[in-house]
Design a binder for this molecule. Structure first.
Ligand code: NAG
Ligand code: NAG
Length: 167
């Protein structure tokens, strides 16, 4: 029995990403590939060992090159709990001697707490999304979109319920 869990999501995903209007909106498949989109097509020769590669050195290099990085986690993610991601982000900040510019505090969206956030030197941000599971955008679409919008606009997550750019 499913308790609010969509057990058909793997099928819906294939259907959705193969819709021409979705591909067009994502600027994907411009070359009109002669096969359908699928989750793991085996076209790329991935090695299972690669999944265990340490990504921290790469993230550090990105931050060292002054490219803003946001790492986020649903606070109900039982696959990768937020505590582990938060610890790793703290480690990066410590290794790179980044000062905390925003101490761990709540961020807001639509008059509610959207999650919690920490920021290091306007470069490295760790944010949680309240009520989100492993697939944040699926579990909390409005909060996820708000967070993404703030990221692409280079704006900090709001620290109070009412914000002029809160839309
Ligand atoms: C790419 O687009 C074509 C239609 O132009 C479609 O037939 C094909 O399934 C698509 N392939 C992928 C990988 O999205
Ligand atoms: C994929 O990679 C493995 C290991 O590097 C190699 O042995 C194999 O031949 C590759 N397969 C293809 C289809 O390229």
């Amino acid at each position: 029995m499913s308790m609010g869990v969509d057990v058909c999501i793997t099928y819906e995903r294939s259907f959705y990403f193969n819709l021409p209007e979705v591909q067009s909106a994502l600027h994907a498949n411009h070359t009109r590939l002669p096969y359908e989109w699928s989750m793991c097509s085996n076209l790329l020769n991935y090695s299972g060992i690669d999944a265990n590669m340490d990504m921290l050195p790469i993230l550090k290099r990105i931050v060292q090159n002054k490219i803003p990085v946001w790492i986020f986690s649903g606070d109900q993610d039982s696959v990768i709990p937020l505590t582990s991601s938060r610890t790793l982000v703290q480690e990066i900040a410590k290794d790179l001697n980044l000062k905390t510019t925003v101490p761990y505090r709540a961020w807001f969206h639509k008059d509610q707490v959207g999650g919690w956030v920490t920021e290091y030197e306007n470069l490295l941000t760790f944010a949680t999304v309240r009520g989100a599971a492993h697939m944040v955008a699926y579990a909390q679409p409005s909060r996820a979109l708000h967070m993404f919008r703030r990221f692409v606009r280079g704006q900090r997550l709001p620290n109070k319920p009412h914000s002029s750019t809160d839309n």
